[in-house]
Design a protein around this ligand. Structure first.
Ligand SMILES: Cc1ncc(C[n+]2csc(CCOP(=O)(O)OP(=O)(O)O)c2C)c(N)n1
Ligand SMILES: CC(=O)[C@@H](O)[C@H](O)COP(=O)(O)O
Ligand SMILES: [Mg+2]
Length: 624
């Protein structure tokens, strides 16, 4: 029986000999690689955290203590050690294990994660709760160096450092010098000052001995130097930052050396005040292709284990992301005012080529969506045309910045909102199902969604021509597959287009839902129902003249969107019709009802949540 098979309960790991643990690490890695090669997932981060996970489970008892895995994308070993080994092959599959930690999945998942940098705040909340309940268990927040670039992490440190000394909070900084891409910003270079710190420690020793050797004054000088040693040390080591927040700092230590990890965890276990342990790890550790290319293996699709090569699905249609990225490069050539802002996701948002061509015009702000939006607002005041490319789900973080820093003064910031709609296997934390609702309520904001890749390109030019805040959202995955038109013409603001004509039914669709509407149109036509399908293009401003004239003629209306129904596109149409005093029509809104959508294939979820062509057909049957 392998070691991993002996661990059915989390406590079973503590029955293993410490000398067995490296073999356990090997088995865990093999299991992770085997499964992720078939399911896809966050391979490199999880491989890098294997020893740290084992050491934590070896030293702590997580039936009482709590561990919060920031983002949760590195938690695969934790899942394997907490009773989920047999379900592990269902990782990220419909009805299977989540790719992140979920409180509803296991009592060993102390907090639900997916978005970064929440672990310190949540951990502190848990630790304070425990203190008030006189529960002496430990709370541990494991946070990566990338996630440490977010302001939220410092808000947690700031509060923790000023609270009771007996807060029982341990923060473990898992520093692999990588975010998804190489980590950015001053913090990243600060954390990697370990060499200079070591060098200076050596220097301090030699210098001390030199002082002591001096006749008469030497000993006094040595004592003086020793007294200022603490400030001297913190001045040059990464600990400075955390000690300034009143955290005891330990490290950096090698996060792949199990004996060291276990030793230090055992030692710090009894310290009753906020402390930070800095461990250095290698992203992708133990699987050569991932070690060599951690960016690719951060979040990877199916791959061949031997080579690490992608198992291609033979699709040649570009993704919306690629069309966006290529068009950015094209447009930036003749317009040097265009700058791009990404929050630690140049690859994911398709801006890698832009970064290579125009490095001085690409601003990677780190995992700091709030800052990124306000930064873009600042650039806009200087006459630049910032294009803020952020996934829909992560833009949720920056709502107040969009409202307060961009919309009030109607600054011309362009929001390129990727992953609008159902994203698939990342699940509830990552679906982009709210942006239409949260953006359309903001004065001055224009909100668009393209039906295909040409329209995306046209919207980009429309946005550049518009002197105010403007957003376009597009889905994860392949575009519609139309051939790209070289000439890009802007779209008149607030103008939709009628795609088909028919007097039985009016289907108003937006963005990727236009293709569902067209599919429904074809099926309905076969059974004799003739529909007018409108590609509305704009959620705001709505093409109200067109909509009113059509509803007067065809009072049986269906709206279709890949967004929640509350406050969404359908609601916008209803409000507009109501405000125009229209009555005598029937309207069905197709969109996500008031629920969070789980993980699974996009197509399956669209069907399950009734936002696909079949749902349009069913709605049509109800109202005709
Ligand atoms: C708010 C938010 N923005 C962006 C992301 C996308 N994202 C997921 S993991 C990651 C990098 C995290 O780096 P780090 O914390 O160092 O973990 P590592 O993968 O290196 O282990 C990013 C940018 C996210 N999950 N949450
Ligand atoms: C963990 C995380 O938040 C990202 O890695 C995210 O999973 C990327 O999603 P895409 O695969 O859609 O780029
Ligand atoms: Mg990292």
């Amino acid at each position: 029986m392998s070691l991993i098979e002996k661990i059915n309960l989390p406590s079973d790991i503590r029955h293993l000999k410490q000398s067995d643990l490296p073999l356990l690490a090997e088995e865990i890695r093999k299991t992770i690689v085997d499964v992720v090669s078939k399911t896809g997932g966050h391979l490199a981060s999880s491989l890098g955290a294997v020893e740290l996970t084992i050491a934590l489970h070896y030293v702590f008892d997580f039936s009482k203590d709590k561990v919060i895995w920031d983002v949760g994308h590195q938690s695969y070993a934790h899942k394997l050690l907490t009773g989920r080994r047999e379900q592990f092959s269902s990782l990220r599959q419909y009805k299977g294990l989540s790719g992140f930690t979920r409180m509803s999945e296991s009592s060993y998942d102390a907090f639900t994660t997916g978005h970064s940098s929440t672990s310190i705040s949540a951990g502190l909340g848990i630790a304070c709760g425990k203190r008030l309940k006189k529960d002496t268990a430990k709370t541990i927040a494991v946070i990566g160096d990338g996630s440490m670039t977010a302001g939220l992490a410092y808000e947690g440190l700031n509060q923790a450092g000023a609270l009771h000394k007996d807060e029982n909070l341990i923060v473990i900084l898992n520093d692999n010098d990588m975010s998804i891409s190489p980590n950015v910003g001053a913090l990243s270079s600060f954390l990697s000052r370990t060499f200079s710190a070591k060098y200076l420690q050596g220097f301090r020793k030699d210098f001390g001995e030199f002082l002591r050797s001096l006749p008469k004054i030497g000993d006094d000088m040595y004592q003086l130097a020793k007294r200022s040693e603490e400030s001297f040390k913190t001045f040059v080591t990464p600990g400075m930052l955390f000690e300034a927040f009143n955290f005891d700092y330990f490290g950096p230590i090698n996060g792949h050396n199990l004996n060291h990890l276990i030793d230090i965890l055992q030692n710090i276990k009894s310290i009753k005040e906020p402390l930070l342990l800095h461990v250095t790890t290698k992203k992708g550790k133990g699987y050569e292709p991932a070690e060599k290319n951690p960016v690719y293996f951060h979040g990877v699709g199916c791959f061949e284990i031997k080579t690490g090569n992608c198992i291609k699905k033979g699709i040649s249609i570009p993704t919306y992301t690629k069309v966006f990225g290529d068009t950015m490069v094209e447009l930036a050539k003749d317009n040097e005012k265009i700058i791009a802002v990404t929050a630690a996701m140049p690859e994911g948002t398709g801006l890698a080529e832009f970064a290579a061509r125009y490095p001085e015009r690409l601003f990677d702000v780190g995992i700091a969506e709030q800052h990124g939006v306000t930064f873009a607002a600042g650039m806009a005041t200087e006459g630049f045309r910032p294009v803020v490319a952020i996934y829909s789900t992560f833009l949720q973080r920056a709502y107040d910045q969009i409202l307060h820093d961009v919309c009030i003064e109607s600054l011309p910031v362009i929001f390129a909102i990727d992953r609008g709609g159902i994203v698939g296997e990342d699940g509830a934390t990552h679906h982009g199902l709210f942006d239409i609702s949260f953006l359309r309520s903001l004065p001055n904001m224009v909100v668009m969604a393209p039906k295909d890749e040409n329209e995306l390109r046209r919207m980009m030019v429309t946005a550049l021509n518009h002197n105010g805040p403007i957003a376009f959202r597009y889905p994860r995955g392949t575009a519609a597959g139309v051939s790209i038109e070289k000439n890009i013409t802007p779209i008149p603001l607030g103008k939709g287009e009628v795609l088909t004509e028919g007097d039985d039914l009016l289907i108003l669709a937006i963005g990727s839902s236009v293709s569902e509407a067209l599919e429904a149109y074809s099926c309905l036509k076969e059974s004799g129902t003739k529909s007018t399908v409108v590609n509305c293009r704009f959620v705001k401003p709505l093409d109200i003249d067109l909509i009113l004239s059509l509803v007067k003629k065809i009072p049986r209306v269906i709206t279709v969107e890949e967004n929640v129904r509350q406050g969404g596109f359908g609601s916008a149409v209803l409000e507009a019709l109501n405000d125009a005093g229209m009555s005598g029509f029937t309207l069905k809104r197709i969109g996500i009802k008031d629920v969070f959508v789980e993980h699974g294939p996009q197509k399956l979820l669209r069907s399950k949540y009734n936002i696909d062509a079949r749902a349009v057909i069913n709605a049509a049957k109800e109202i005709i």
